[in-house]
Design a protein around this ligand. Structure first.
Ligand SMILES: [Zn+2]
Ligand SMILES: [Zn+2]
Length: 335
């Protein structure tokens, strides 16, 4: 399981400075700890100094703390994003020790649901990257002491054998959260003349490009020409159902359809081959396009299955991108 706690308010920020960024001198309070805790800390060489955190009593906190297990992952969230990653070593419920270390809050409570951390390492993960990676909404803000939604974690863990590997990828920042926003701007750039767009040349496999600053956001570059070829090849019809009629665009004089990257561009880092390629761009009517981004899981699944069946063979044969339908669901945070 992967947990996080937040250190955003004044008290928490002080505790963060005292017992996370530097290890706490636990040796002074060693005799206040139970023998098993003393033993665990000693066998890990953490009987003098150790990184630690505590949760204040409350139903949710007690429940979560109760489920914490040795080797669970713990991310630390501050106003600067996620700044540390550690493993849970052991836990103890100890009011006296908590009070001695962190004092009391305004209501006289203390952070008595204590856990000790090991293998603490610095990371730098903006919350937007975290949200995009796990499939949370873009405006998601971590609060209190919580765990990553089980299903969201399971979707991502299919690609890793350990939590550590997942966190390494997460901290590489190759998931570009702004890609979904960039898509809207990109759509506008396709609204132009199509008469010079040729659909006769074969699709060519290309290496992925580097992320770029586009409209002030970091995103993987998309070629307007490639998307325009894909729309023209689809004969400006919605690839979910050709009977989805839209309207004639004033700029292009063609039926209005939108370009959607079936494997979303934000996952470009998972492939060495460019996924900004004709086989990966589908033409959708505006309604189907919004659905694929915003509908409930089952409805998304139906659309993805139709599009997967149309494009899987092309992706494999033309550009050697071979993904399963399950992989595709994973890119949309669907199990
Ligand atoms: Zn889209
Ligand atoms: Zn449609």
């Amino acid at each position: 399981m992967l947990y996080y706690f937040t250190a955003c308010d004044k008290n928490a920020r002080k505790h963060y400075d005292d017992t996370v960024t530097v290890p706490y001198r636990i040796a002074d309070l060693f005799d206040k700890l139970e023998p098993e805790i003393q033993w665990t800390l000693t066998t890990h060489g953490l009987n003098k100094h150790v990184h630690m955190w505590g949760a204040i009593p409350g139903d949710q906190n007690i429940k979560r703390w109760g489920r914490l297990k040795t080797n669970d992952g713990m991310l630390v969230y501050t106003k600067e994003g996620f700044t540390y990653y550690a493993k849970v070593l052991c836990k103890t419920h100890n009011k006296e020790v908590a009070e001695r270390i962190w004092g009391k809050d305004n209501e006289g409570k203390t952070w008595e649901y204590i856990y000790f951390l090991k293998d603490l390492q610095k990371v730098s993960i903006p919350k937007e990257v975290f949200s995009a990676f796990f499939g949370y909404k873009i405006n998601f803000t971590p609060q209190g002491f919580s765990n990553i939604d089980k299903e969201k974690l399971a979707v991502r863990m299919k690609r890793y054998t350990t939590l550590d590997e997942l966190v390494v990828d997460l901290s590489k920042k190759f998931i570009l959260s702004e890609d979904d926003l960039e898509e809207n701007n990109f759509q506008t750039s396709l609204e132009s003349d199509f008469s010079k767009i040729s659909i006769d040349s074969p699709e060519i496999k290309k290496q992925r490009k580097k992320p770029k600053k586009i409209n002030g956001m970091k995103a993987w570059p998309r070629s307007a020409k490639i998307s325009k070829i894909a729309l023209k090849k689809a004969d400006f019809k919605c690839e979910i159902d050709q009977s989805h009629i839209t309207f004639v665009s004033d700029a292009s004089k063609e039926h209005y359809v939108e370009a959607h990257h079936l494997i979303p561009m934000k996952f470009q880092n998972d492939f060495t081959t460019s996924i900004d390629t004709e086989s990966n761009v589908v033409a959708l009517c505006p309604l189907c396009h919004r659905k694929i981004h915003l509908a409930r899981k089952n409805e998304k699944k139906e659309l993805l299955q139709i599009l997967y069946n149309k494009r899987n063979g092309l992706l494999r044969n033309n550009v050697e991108i071979d993904i399963s339908l399950q992989d595709l669901y994973g890119f949309y945070a669907i199990n």
